[in-house]
Ligand binder design. Structure first.
Ligand SMILES: [Ca+2]
Length: 75
């Protein structure tokens, strides 16, 4: 599955709240860079290497809790 930002369960692992936490830490708390940086660009805007910002958090929340579209994956 795509968008496993924290890669805790390895590439293709489950997307869960831990991925959201990881992305928040990266954006606002100086946390580690996502293992696959392209996967951090969850919303896929501008493709691989696109900006990682609050829109990606919104996208991930929508995916996890509101039946939103799949997150972008590692190329
Ligand atoms: Ca993005």
């Amino acid at each position: 599955m795509r968008g496993n930002v924290d890669d805790i369960t390895g590439p293709g692992g489950e997307i869960d709240v831990a991925d959201l936490t990881f992305l928040v830490a990266f954006l606002f708390q100086g946390g580690p860079v996502p293992p696959c940086i392209e996967e951090g660009n969850v919303d896929g805007i501008l493709g691989p290497g696109g900006p990682i910002d609050v829109a990606d958090l919104t996208y991930l929340v929508a995916f996890l809790f509101q039946g939103g579209s799949d997150p972008a994956g590692c190329p």
